[in-house]
Write a protein that binds this ligand. Structure first.
Ligand SMILES: Cc1cc2nc3c(=O)[nH]c(=O)nc-3n(C[C@H](O)[C@H](O)[C@H](O)COP(=O)(O)OP(=O)(O)OC[C@H]3O[C@@H](n4cnc5c(N)ncnc54)[C@H](O)[C@@H]3O)c2cc1C
Ligand code: FES
Length: 269
């Protein structure tokens, strides 16, 4: 890669655009890839819950629009993304290898609010919704919070548990852990254990987030979710990622700029 290209760096809406060297990209479970790229700047400034917008290919072979990915973990100067290869952009990204570069814009969006009043964090993810939680886990551990992690999958083929704590698994087909969905798994846990004050952090399919939002409301628990709707610019310019707000103020929020993290009491899922 040319030196000038690796060094190019601009700032857009508070985020950096950089060409970053890929350190590795490996399949860690079925169609699920862990891509590690080098960016001391993003590594130093990112907070859990934020995302990066990645151009899958710089030539005509890839989609024109960037693709958003949660920052999954920071490891020194390295930023990790965990993603499902489901379409053109993610399949191209999954083929990146050491020595290649990717065009990254970030960190973007609002982070989880972690420094609030609670004793136990319940991290709840459906499928690739697990992506932002290794980063969140390390930050919550630094704050001394108790952590319980609940992961729901269709089956045992796509499970990823690295860098998570106290993991409980549910599978739709019963091939691993609890036979059922992750909301069914977490509900009795909330009732039975002495957890102190609880806060839920969740990411996954909207149907799961909706069920969790209702569970949180019934149990008077604060619940923050990461929304993963479709996006284009990623920085609040195109108005392409609205989510309906509750309350009397503006009718819509933008997932890329006002989120992707929202309190479930603030949005209509
Ligand atoms: C803030 C944010 C964070 C995200 N973080 C991650 C992450 O950490 N890991 C990860 O794997 N994915 C994440 N996503 C989703 C990811 O951006 C999409 O999977 C990706 O854009 C698909 O690109 P593609 O070109 O491969 O697929 P496309 O060819 O564009 O689409 C393939 C199929 O996937 C569907 N699809 C595309 N995007 C989404 C989406 N956002 N939600 C649901 N279905 C979609 C399309 O409708 C189509 O059916 C995130 C999305 C957002 C908005
Ligand atoms: S993706 Fe453009 S405004 Fe959100």
């Amino acid at each position: 890669m040319e030196e000038s290209k690796t060094k190019r760096k601009t700032v857009m809406s508070g985020a950096m655009q950089q060409f970053c060297d890929v350190q590795s990209c490996v399949e860690v479970s079925a169609k699920t890839f862990l891509l590690r790229f080098i960016s001391p700047e993003i590594a130093a400034s990112a907070q859990p819950g934020q995302f990066v917008n990645v151009l899958a290919a710089e030539t005509g072979e890839g989609p024109l629009l960037r693709r958003p990915f949660s920052i999954s973990r920071i490891d020194g100067d390295i930023v990790e993304l965990l993603f499902h290869a489901i379409g053109k952009g993610t399949i191209l990204l999954s083929r990146k290898r050491n020595g290649e570069s990717i065009d990254v814009l970030g960190p973007l969006g609002q982070p989880f609010r972690i420094d609030t009043d609670y004793n136990t964090a319940l991290i709840i993810a459906g499928g690739i919704g697990v992506a932002p939680f290794p980063f969140l886990t390390s930050s919550l551990q630094n704050l001394g919070k108790r952590l319980e992690t609940f992961l729901g999958y269709r089956n045992d083929k796509q499970i990823v548990t690295s860098h998570l704590k106290n993991v409980h698994i549910a599978t739709d087909d019963g091939s691993k852990g609890f036979h059922g969905n992750v909301v069914q798994l977490v509900e009795p846990f909330i009732d039975q254990k002495d957890l102190g004050k609880v806060k839920i952090f969740a990411c996954g399919p909207t149907v799961m987030l909706k069920a969790l939002s209702e569970l949180a409301k019934r149990n008077n628990i604060c619940c923050e979710v990461s929304l993963e709707g479709h996006m284009a610019c990623g920085v609040g310019l195109c108005q392409g990622c609205p989510v309906e707000r509750t309350g009397d103020g503006a009718k819509y929020a933008l997932v890329c700029k006002d989120g992707p993290i929202f309190l479930t009491t603030d949005v209509i899922l």
